[in-house]
Design a protein around this ligand. Sequence first.
Ligand code: ADP
Ligand code: MG
Length: 704
Amino acid sequence: MSSPSRSASKPRSLDALFRPRAIAVVGASRRPGSIGRQVVENLLAAGFEGPVYPVNASSPVVLSMPAFRSVLEIPGPVDCAVLVVPPADVLAVAEQCGRKGVAGLVVVTAGFREIGGEGIAREERLKAICRRWRMRVIGPNCMGVINTQPGVRLNASFAAALPPPGRVAMVSQSGALGEAILADASASGVGVAMFASIGNRVDVTAADLIAYWERDPGVAAILLYIEDFGDVAGFVAVARRVARHKPIIAVKSGRSAAGAAATGSHTGSIALPDVAADTLLSQCGVLRVESFREMFALAAALLHQPLPAGDRVAIVTNAGGPGILATDALVGGGLTIAELGAGTRRRLRRVLPAEASIQNPVDLVASADATRYRQALAAIAHDRGVDAILVLFVSPVMIDAAAVAEAIVEQTAGRKPTLACVMGRRRGNEALDILRRAGIVVFRYPEDASATLRMLVRRRRMLARRPGRTRRLPVDRRAVRAILARHRDGWLPAAASEGVLTAYGIPFARAQRVGTPAEAVAAAHALGFPVVVKAEAERLLHKSEHRAVVVGLADGDQVWDAAEDLLARLRRKFGRVRLCVQQHARGHRELMLSMTRGSRVGPLFAIGIGGTLVEVLRDVAFRVAPMDDKDPHEMLASLKGAPLLGAFRGTPPLDPRPAADALLRLQQLALDFPALAEIEVNPFIAGARGVPSVAVDARIRIEA
Ligand code: ADP
Ligand code: MG
C-alpha cells in the first residue's frame, strides 16, 4: 500500500493503462446487459494475460469468479482499475485505488463535467485525487482502452467486438463513436494495435497518447477522432513532432457551424472556428479527412503503399465511362493526369488492340483479361512520368476477375503507389480479397480513390518541406505601445492604424490628413501626383461603399473638386469628416493581409487576393503562428488566383517578397501585442520587381 506523493514529478508512463500486469474491475456485475458485466466478459474473451479481479460490494461471485468487496482486499498488486461504479461512488473508489497503489484508472462511469453543476465539481475532485496519488486516468465518461498486442491482449472496454490486431493506434474523444469506429476498422481490414476512448480527459489527452505511441514500434499510424483540441499548444508541439515519422490522420468534427455548436455543448468546451482547426492540423502535418471511411482507406494506403514522388497519376481502365469519371475526380482533387512517355505509348501500342486508348486514361476496353492488364501495367509502372497508378476494373461477365486482380498485384507491387476501383455488379469477393491482401486499397468510386491519393501526395510534400527561417525583425515596439496607450477598445482611427503598421515596418502609401479643399491641394503638391483623396469619419468603415475614395487625381483642380464633393456629400451622413490625401500606389495587384484572434489557436493569419473584391472571391490562405519565412510564399502559391500573381496577359509577375515580409511583420505585431484583436490590411497594393508595394488602407481593432 502506498502513501500519496507530494512531489510534482514527471507523470507516470501510460504503461499502467495499456500494459497492466493485473487489472481490477470495480463495479463488476453479474447482471446481464450491464456495462459492469460486459467489461469483465470482454477482458476474459480477449484473453488478457494477467489476473482479472472483479470488485463488487455486494455479490461475492461475478461470472464464476470470486469477487472482492473493495480493491483494498485484493491480495496481489493491481496496475490498472476499470471503474464502472455509479458516479456518486467514483471518488471513494478512486481514493481506495490510490491507497492500493493502482497506477492507472479507466473511468467508464459518466456523470461528470458533461452534465454540468455537481458533475463539474465531482470531476475536479477526481482530478485532485488522481494527482495526489499520481494515477494516470482515462475518462471519465469513456468507453475504455484496448491493446491487442501479443503478450497483453487487453480489452478493458465495453466495445462489442475486438478489432483484429494490427499497426494503427486510435483515439476517440467520443465513446459512442469509438464503438462504431472499431467496427469500421474491422470491416475495412485495418488492424488495431491500441485504442482509447478518452471521454472528458481529466488527465490523459490525445496529445499524451500520440506521444506514447510515438515510441511504440508496434504502432505505425495514429488515428484521431477529436471534437476539440483541449490544450492547443500541447497538441501542436506533440503532433508536429510525431507526424514527421508516423502518419497522423484525424477526423475533426465541427466542420459545419451547427456541428461546432453541438460539440461545444456536449464536451463542455467551445469549438474553434473550423478554418482555424483546419489550418492548425495541416500545419502540424496531421492529415484531416472527411469521414471514417476515408480515414481507414488512407490508413491502409499509408501502411501498405509507398508515397508518390509527385502528383501525376496514370489511370488504367477497362471501360471509358469510369475512366472519365476518374479523370474528373483526380483533377477535382488537385492531382495531375500523367502524360505517358513516348516509350510507354509504343509499348502499349504493341500489346493492346487497335480500339484501346494508349493515352492516359489508358482504356484496355471490355475484353481486357489478366494478360492485357499485366502488359499495360508493366509498361506504365516503369514510366518515370507516372507517380501513382489508379487501376479501374468493371468486372464483365466473361473475364476472370481473380486473375485480373493477381495481374494487378504482380505488376505494381511496391513500385508506385497503386489504388484500385472495382465496380460493377459482380465485384467478385475473391478479386477484392486478393487486392486487399496485397495491400492495394480498393474503392468503389474514383472520388474516394482521388481523396486518398491527394492525402498521400500531401504527406509526401509535408515530409519533403524543409522548415524555413524564423527570426525577429527590427521593429519599433515603443511607438506602438505609445499609440495603443492613447486609444480605447474598438477600431483605431485610420491614422493610428497606419502608425502601428509603419512602426512594424509595413510600408504604407505616404499620406497627409487635412480638413479643407485648399489644404488637400497643398498636400497633393507636397506628396506628388497622382494622388487619391479619401473621406474619413468615425462611422465610415467601408469607404468605397459610400464613394468616399477618389483615385487617380492628376492635378490640383481635380483634387479640389474631389475634396469639395466628398465633404459636401459625406458631412450630411457622417458629421465630422476629414480628408486623407494619399499617394496613388503604382502596383498592379491588390492583396489582403489579415490577422484575427478570438479562437484558442492564437492569432490566425490570412493572405488573399484582395481589394474590394475579397468578400466575393473568398480566395484566401490561412496560417497560425508560428509562420516561417517560407509560409507566406506557400500561401500565395496556394491561392486559386495564384496565376494572376504571375505574368498574366501582358502584366509583369508580381514581386511576392514585400507582401511576404509584411505578413511576417504582422505576425510579429500580433505576437508582441495581444491587445490587437483584429488587423486587416486591405488592400496591400503589390507591384512587379522594382515597383514599390504599399498598404493603402488598414483597420485595427483593439480589445484589452
Ligand atoms: P475601403 O476599403 O474603405 O472601401 P480603400 O482605402 O481600401 O477603402 O479604397 C478602396 C479601393 O480604392 C482600393 O481597393 C483600391 O482599389 C483603391 N485605392 C485606395 N487607395 C489607393 C491608393 N493610394 N492608390 C491606388 N488605389 C487606391
Ligand atoms: Mg480597404
